[in-house]
Design a protein around this ligand. Sequence first.
Ligand SMILES: Nc1ncnc2c1ncn2[C@@H]1O[C@H](COP(=O)(O)OP(=O)(O)OP(=O)(O)O)[C@@H](O)[C@H]1O
Ligand SMILES: O=P(O)(O)OC[C@H]1O[C@H](OP(=O)(O)OP(=O)(O)O)[C@H](O)[C@@H]1O
Ligand SMILES: [Mg+2]
Length: 282
Amino acid sequence: MLRVAVPNKGALSEAATSMLRESGYLQRRDNRELVIVDSENEIEFFYLRPRDIAVYVGRGILDVGLTGRDLFLDAEVNGDAEEILPLGVGASTFRFAGPAGAFTAESELNGKRIATSYDGLLRGYLRDRGIDAEVVRLDGAIESSVRLGVADAIADVVETGNTLKAAGMETFGEPILASEAVLIGRTGASPAGLEVLKRRLTGVLVARRYVMLDYDIRKELVEQAFAVTPGLESPTVSPLADSEWVAVRSMVKKNKTNTIMDELYDLGARAILVSQIHACRI
Ligand SMILES: Nc1ncnc2c1ncn2[C@@H]1O[C@H](COP(=O)(O)OP(=O)(O)OP(=O)(O)O)[C@@H](O)[C@H]1O
Ligand SMILES: O=P(O)(O)OC[C@H]1O[C@H](OP(=O)(O)OP(=O)(O)O)[C@H](O)[C@@H]1O
Ligand SMILES: [Mg+2]
């Protein structure tokens, strides 16, 4: 059985279980359940603290896990685990911030105290950049640390930026990291069932990002229409009762749907229909 670690709490928990449920796997109904065995799919899910997931995978106790890229790098499992697939949910950035107007560049952090919950990630970054600063490890509510006097600046997760703003702080310098939920696994390992899990998760990603587009167009305009809707591989073309027209079917990016429909209409396409992709294997 493939053994999978899933976040039991926090910002990624709901997104991860929804993706697995959409992938056709049995998921827990009660937040207190610690393990779920899906014997039909020969897979077992362990609900663990997101921060601990890379440790279990890195040590080879569990085969794969869903966690944040930032948490994975922070765990410093150094080559024992690797990122297998980005999951397109739980996006955030990891950034420096300070009191409004206090800092303009990260070089100004030399000799300063920086509070963070991601000390492994931060120390590695400071080392790589040759910045000599003191790291103050805190568990959470990092935005309060400067006002309370334990640090001069912070390095923390920023999603909307609302928490920083409420604390009278602002980001400075380039983002340290762009993070999102990722599937991680033991480096170089290919346990039974992993390929199916990857294919199912990829299917969910594609079904979320793409829609199916159908339209009718005059035969002589087909090449021009293909340029607008090239599809993932190649569009499907079917004959119509009127031999001067054909029906075309193609997948398009969900966020481009309306622009594409306008372009097709201007080109002469008619009966343009959009439908949702419920599930797929690409
Ligand atoms: N708005 C957000 N706040 C915190 N973490 C977020 C956010 N959006 C995405 N994440 C990601 O969630 C992971 C943090 O997981 P964690 O369990 O610490 O979440 P949390 O919401 O901070 O929960 P808690 O602090 O209550 O334990 C990181 O990978 C982080 O990048
Ligand atoms: O940019 P925003 O959308 O405001 O989100 C980012 C904030 O959310 C998280 O805090 P969380 O609520 O998890 O509290 P914590 O710091 O105590 O973990 C994170 O640590 C930031 O503080
Ligand atoms: Mg938190």
